[in-house]
Design a protein around this ligand. Structure first.
Ligand code: MG
Length: 273
């Protein structure tokens, strides 16, 4: 082997080992305000926390919640061509390659409960393993991913604000086991000219563990690029992503929230004469 060939081999080995050290992700994407790049390969991945055993059955539904899926039919949903075509069986719905589905009804500020399970046995890795997502207003994604012992870039793992912020910890259960998301979403506020008055904010509880707490969103979900707000209506659909992996969902419900009512000032005391 010539010296030139040897040095080329060594350079190749060095590049490969650097990639391995970095893990999945990117080193050429734009920087977020946090200083990390979008899908930064070097951003530390959150530590794993065992959330305990999966619930044996779907969790109770609050009396004032709107059920989006009760395990039997997709009446509340629409999809490609106007029909939601995900497989429904045995009390759950399953992604089947027919495209994203979204609620027919629209919501603004809300609390959303989601139960989901990643495919078992596992197939693929990183973003190609158990990928789906919950989108508020059809555009702000809380990532669904099989993040159990599945390294991927930190801002793309389960319960991340995709492309923006990793969860505080990785609370994933094993593939095939039911997991819960309880999400509080506060919609962004725009002025009459479409300028952002207040960003969207999200809190995510994953399997009973707080992983996002009232975090501001930088804009709608973007891949490999910086998010940018565009003004939209005060309500929008909840969208579930078909990323090609047979992720399952059951027991979805939502409670619209009225922050304004809570924040309303008390009536002024009558003036004394
Ligand atoms: Mg996704």
């Amino acid at each position: 082997m010539s010296t030139a060939t040897l040095s080329r081999c060594l350079a190749g080995l060095f590049a490969a080992s650097t990639l391995l050290a970095q893990g999945p992700g990117y080193t050429d994407t734009p920087k977020l305000p946090s200083g990390w790049r979008v899908h930064d390969a070097t951003r530390p991945r959150p530590p794993a926390v065992d959330p305990g055993p999966a619930p044996a059955a779907p969790l109770p539904v609050p009396a004032d919640a709107t059920r989006l899926f009760d395990g039997t039919k997709l009446d509340a949903w629409t999809g490609n061509g106007g029909v939601a075509k995900w497989t429904v069986k045995d009390g759950f719905m399953e992604v089947n390659g027919t495209g994203d589905i979204q609620t027919k009804a629209e919501f603004g500020d809300c609390q959303l409960h989601v139960e989901w399970a990643a495919p078992a046995p596992t197939k693929g890795d990183s973003q190609g393993r158990g990928n789906s997502g919950v989108f508020f207003f059809g555009r702000y994604e809380v990532q669904v991913l099989d993040s159990y012992d599945n390294p991927t870039y930190a801002d793309g793992q389960a319960a991340s604000i995709y492309g923006q912020l990793p969860p505080m910890v990785n609370a994933c259960r094993k593939p095939g086991e039911w997991q819960t998301y309880d999400i509080v979403f506060r919609a962004p506020r725009f002025d009459a000219d479409g300028k952002v008055l207040e960003p969207a904010r999200v809190t995510v509880v994953h399997n009973g563990i707080v992983v996002q707490l009232d975090q501001p969103l930088l804009g709608p979900t973007a891949h490999r690029s910086l998010p940018q707000y565009e003004p939209h209506a005060a309500t929008g659909p909840i969208r579930l992503q078909d990323h090609g992996d047979p992720v399952r969902y059951r027991n979805l419900w939502i409670r619209p929230l009225d922050f304004a009512r809570q924040a309303a000032p008390a009536p002024a005391a009558p003036e004394k004469k």
